[in-house]
Design a protein around this ligand. Structure first.
Ligand code: PGA
Length: 249
């Protein structure tokens, strides 16, 4: 009943010309899996044109909590909305590590996104030291509870969660599908605890961290995993399409 979602996170890759060429090379995709491209802000306008008719949604990689103001370097939900953006990654571990993102600012951005009809893709996940000391669930619980603070029942169903163990991002190391499935089941339970099981059943939860066409099927076989947030393997159109196809049950 949950439609799987494959989201490419392009990070700081692709010039305008490269983004356009990528989009133009894609065929129209089917409805069994939702495909999303989360591009740098500079490429959003051109992608919103080049993706027309391809059944591929557009996502951004960050959003500010204010509609406008003196916030040099930030982008507002109104600006994203105007470009036809539907999704926005919030709280990626790279933003938490390098750009001062905190659980509190994640929650502020989530509220702003939802207020403007953008679906947040909220990233949570533990680092290697936390994993090795057996604190994965504790860390994810703190991040999830902060991110969901004062989010309503109606709003939570619009949210996508991406569970990304930090040690698996861009390293070629993946969590085993079973381990990822277990943490993602735990995340769904946290949502059920705060709302209700019927709401938790509607929220899509992705795995992220070195997902490739070769390993996507294993993750998708887990009952609670509803797709993937993919960095490196989303940068090539063939590989992106193979991931979308690979997510079909
Ligand atoms: P990766 O990145 O697929 O390159 O590991 C995932 C992410 O950072 O979202």
């Amino acid at each position: 009943m949950r439609i799987p979602i494959i989201a490419g996170n392009w990070k700081m890759y692709k010039t305008l010309a490269e983004a356009k060429a990528f989009a133009e090379s894609l065929p129209t995709v089917g409805d069994q899996v939702e495909a999303v491209i989360c591009a740098p802000s500079t490429a959003l306008a051109v992608l919103s044109e080049s993706l027309q008719g391809k059944n591929i949604s557009l996502g951004a990689q960050n959003v500010h909590w204010e509609e406008e103001g003196a916030y040099t370097g930030e982008i507002s939900p109104l600006m994203l909305k105007e470009l036809g953006v539907q999704y926005v990654i919030i709280g990626h571990s790279e933003r938490r590590a390098y750009f001062g993102e905190t659980d509190e600012t994640v929650n502020m951005r989530v509220h702003a996104a939802l207020k403007h009809g953008l679906s947040p893709i909220i990233c949570v996940g533990e680092d290697l030291e936390q994993r090795e000391s057996g604190r994965t669930k504790e860390v994810v619980k703190v991040q999830m509870e902060a991110a969901m603070k004062l989010i309503s029942e109606e709003q939570i169903t619009q949210v996508v969660i991406a569970y990304e163990p930090i040690w698996a991002i861009g390293t070629g190391k993946t969590s085993s599908a079973e381990d990822a499935g277990e943490v993602i089941g735990f995340i769904r339970q946290l949502i059920a605890d705060q709302y209700d099981q019927s709401y938790a059943n509607q929220v899509r939860i992705q795995y992220g961290g070195s997902v490739k066409p070769e390993n996507i099927a294993g993750f998708m076989a887990e009952r609670d995993i509803d797709g993937a947030l993919v960095g490196g393997a989303s940068l090539n159109p063939d590989s992106f399409l193979a991931l979308v196809k690979g997510a079909i049950a």
